[in-house]
Design a protein around this ligand. Structure first.
Ligand SMILES: Cc1cc2nc3c(=O)[nH]c(=O)nc-3n(C[C@H](O)[C@H](O)[C@H](O)COP(=O)(O)OP(=O)(O)OC[C@H]3O[C@@H](n4cnc5c(N)ncnc54)[C@H](O)[C@@H]3O)c2cc1C
Length: 474
């Protein structure tokens, strides 16, 4: 007898799996088809240096996951997902040996900040009183807000550039540098409109739910979703690359955890030319270059706060940071790039053999770059942690092209599902009131190229599944 499912999800990244879990939660049968040998997309963990050292290939730290409505609705704790928290969310060290600190607690952050503490509180406290409502409103498509005043207040700040907002809010250049480093997750220069939204969202999520990692590695996030699906009779098949809708078993709905260009190709027969052309106009952004290390000891940071932080941002001053991000937009890689470091083994003892440690770091590079930036990254770490190279046992590097080979959604090494300029932040992947639906009522988009964009929060999948449940799967 031919197979028949309520829905097929193409791609088992966190958004595809979140879409499948949302449908399964509503009692629908779901088949997930994944091209790679292991499901998980950007949430895979592998022993790529030495046996016993577990490295997160892509995502590592999950403020948006811990705070997101998807993870609040679908409780994955009984399926093995445990968020583990470092003592300190983030440290941002400077050449003079000092470091700014972001704590889970707003009070602790303010206390460690000195004079800018009162400005930090004035910026975040009004939103922290309504974080769940704010996350519900912002982690989705553009729509008329239910909380008009709250969203107006937030939007006025979020639409600004990180440069403009920090100049207006903070007197201490070091506070500006820390906010800038967090905003630089946007992967666009910090004078661009909308970059403040990244800093605001990641800090708010951090004060609400911390900047945790998943115990055992990011793979635990997708493993938990898969266990949830299997318990409900759903299936995940790997090494099944979908090239055309014609090859799929029968179903009422298909949800694509794929980028817009791939959807235009795979569903060419089922979508009108005008819509496919709009998908093909989607632009991708810069890529990343990444290094993972197996370490004999923790990274020997000069500043003590860095030794307690899950994430460390190496950029020194605002000026240095802003220039490295501008360099990427010019197609260059600065000699002293902005390095994002995560040190999961400090607070998760399952990541490395007893007494040993892991290190995870990446920098922004031009789209599709094949540059080897290992030396630049390690020099930046040595700058703030002299003796770092002496504790390295083994390393594994991955450039922007290799990242695309690891996960074909990460085109040119773009980790955010597309360039994050203000236009594409709002209209993902095109100007359309409901971006998860397509002109074909059976086809839906659910990857990070839809709102709210990159990151492991499951919200693109969650929204797409809601549309299917209100439509063909009603
Ligand atoms: C180096 C790096 C660091 C990151 N750090 C963080 C972090 O710390 N925190 C965070 O929240 N996010 C982080 N991210 C971003 C995060 O990983 C992504 O935003 C997230 O994985 C996007 O999820 P997705 O489901 O939309 O797509 P993906 O995770 O890319 O999943 C898409 C899946 O679809 C599959 N696929 C593609 N084409 C086909 C096809 N034709 N047929 C079948 N299957 C197909 C792919 O193999 C893949 O498994 C990082 C990413 C990278 C690369």
């Amino acid at each position: 007898m031919p197979e028949r499912w309520d829905a097929i999800v193409v791609g088992a990244g966190p958004n595809g799996l979140a879409a499948a879990c949302t449908l399964a939660h509503a009692g629908r049968s779901v088949l997930v088809l994944e091209a790679a040998a292991r499901p998980g997309g950007g949430t895979r963990t592998e022993e790529i240096t030495e046996r016993g050292f577990k490295h997160d290939i892509c995502s590592a730290i999950h403020p948006m996951g811990a705070a997101s409505p998807f993870f609040r609705t679908i409780d994955l704790r009984p399926y093995g997902l445990e968020w583990v928290h470092p003592e300190l969310a983030l440290a941002h060290p400077f050449d003079d040996g000092s470091a700014m600190q972001l704590h889970h607690s707003l009070d602790a952050t303010v206390d460690a900040m000195g004079d800018d503490g009162k400005h930090w509180r004035r910026l975040f406290q009004p939103f922290l009183d309504h974080t769940d409502a704010l996350l519900d409103e912002t982690l989705g498509p553009l729509r008329i807000p239910r909380r008009m005043m709250l969203m107006a207040r937030f939007g006025l700040r979020a639409l600004r550039s990180a440069e403009g907002l920090t100049r207006a809010m903070f007197g201490n250049p070091k506070t500006r540098a820390m906010f800038g480093g967090i905003s630089a997750h946007a992967l666009v220069p910090l004078h661009s409109f909308g970059t403040a939204s990244f800093g605001l969202m990641l800090i708010l999520a951090g004060h609400k739910a911390g900047w945790p990692a998943a115990r055992g590695g990011s793979i635990a996030i997708s493993d938990a979703m898969i266990a949830y699906l299997r318990e409900r009779g759903c299936e995940v098949r790997t090494e099944h690359r979908v090239t055309s809708l014609r090859e799929l078993p029968e179903s009422k709905a298909v949800l694509f955890d794929l980028g817009p260009h791939q959807v235009a190709r795979v569903a060419a027969d089922a979508l009108p030319l005008r819509y496919r052309n709009a998908l093909l106009r989607w632009r991708y952004g810069p890529g990343v270059f990444k290094v993972d290390w197996a370490l004999d000891e923790p990274i020997p940071w000069k500043n003590e706060a860095c030794r307690r932080a899950g994430t460390v941002h190496l950029a020194n001053t605002w000026e240095e940071l802003a220039e490295t991000e501008r360099a990427v937009s010019r197609g260059e890689v600065s000699e002293r790039p902005f390095v994002l470091v995560a040190q999961q083994s400090l607070f998760d003892d399952t990541r490395a053999p007893k007494g040993k440690h892991t290190g995870w770091a990446y920098i922004h590079v031009p789209h599709g770059s094949t540059i080897d930036a290992t030396e630049r990254i390690e020099s930046q770490i040595e700058r703030f942690a002299p003796g770092f190279r002496d504790v390295v046992r083994a390393r594994h590097v991955i450039d922007a092209r290799a990242l695309e080979a690891h996960d074909e959604n990460m085109i040119g090494g773009d980790i955010g599902g597309g360039a994050n300029d203000l236009w594409q932040l709002v209209w993902r992947p095109m100007v359309r009131w409901d971006p998860y639906t397509t002109p074909n009522p059976s086809l839906f988009l659910c990857s990070s190229s839809t709102p709210p964009g990159g990151g492991v929060h499951g919200m693109c999948g969650w929204h797409a599944a809601q549309r299917a449940l209100r439509g063909v799967l009603r």
